[in-house]
Design a binder for this molecule. Sequence first.
Ligand code: NAP
Ligand code: GDD
Length: 337
Amino acid sequence: MTKKALITGITGQDGSYLAEELLRRGYEVHGLVRRVALEAPERRTERIAHLLDKVNLHPASLESYPSIFHIVSRYDFDECYHLAAQSFVAESFADGFSTMNTNINGTHYMLAALRELRPQCRFYFAGSSEMFGKVREVPQRESTPFHPRSPYGISKVAGFDLTRNYREAYHMFCVSGILFNHEGPRRGFEFVTRKISNTVARIKLGLATELKLGNLEAQRDWGHAKDYVIAMYMMLQQSEPDDYVVATGESHSVREFCERAFAEVGLNYKEHVVVDERFRRPAEVDQLVGDSTKARTVLGWRPKYTFDELVREMVQSDLETLSRTKGHEVSKLSSSP
Ligand code: NAP
Ligand code: GDD
């Protein structure tokens, strides 16, 4: 029988790659989206524009238990991938209350609705390496204690605890992936990697001259989102529910990312990057690097993309998109009277 999966956050970076992956595997894919996304699909469903005739979208919001309950009551879902969240760490400092409300209550609503209506449905929670925060050991693994450094990180620890509690208390198949940073050409523009790749392309095309960033020394374990959504799928195919760290095991600084990205188009980052204190955070997570031995041995997961391939793909993709737009604008200008 065709399996039915519900993806919350299907319009986001990971949701779009996961939808592709599940469709490829023959799933019937359903997505929970905010009503505004359905009202302005050309912009808000951009990442899944090529999938719109293959997926079933349902309006709901993480702030509304009745809207979630309604969707869960309508379909007999086999798997639920709960990816929706306010996912930008800096924004969580600006409005911690909204982030906590959306991320913690939203996760609790999903779990409560499934418990009530679909206790057999397998549940994936999008945990984060931000939960390790001020890290207690290097590299970080499943047993490393959490020490979150932002309202976002705190909300993810709460979601992780809720997920484990539903597993233990109600014997539901609930798992958390503790995913380290993962990127790609569909990454939101507010995150540092996309901000860099996009600005590098703009500078190369003469549309900008400088790139303003905050902390250049922060280190992250950056992988490709395409690889990471496969780990999410694998976690829900196991015989027993469990939590897994998903990471490349390699750490690079923001500075190194800049160096590689600018070099990709033959430029020197030192001539364009400007430190702007406004982009620093009140509390920083200095170094993240994950040990994904458990995911590699139990799930058989391993990333395909290298750091260099990731940077190259992001820069080239932004370059192509912007060149097309620029070319279009130039041809529009030259054809105007
Ligand atoms: P993303 O691109 O920011 O996507 C977030 C998704 O959540 C979007 O579809 C967004 O919908 C939806 N959403 C936000 N608030 C909502 C609300 N109130 N009601 C309904 N939907 C809402 O994030 P991502 O990078 O794909 O990450 C997916 C998940 O993994 C997130 O939970 C994130 O915290 C977590 N995570 C990400 C990483 C990473 O490096 N990417 C690492 C660890 C964990 P709209 O399109 O309508 O805004
Ligand atoms: N966004 C941003 N903008 N970050 C900057 C900038 C800037 O101008 N300058 C320096 N940084 C530094 C941040 O201080 C941080 O140390 C690092 O770049 C990465 O920032 P982000 O790309 O915003 O990602 P993040 O690590 O805070 O959070 C992402 O990864 C988490 C997993 O560890 C998000 O995807 C989270 O949702 C995810 O959980």
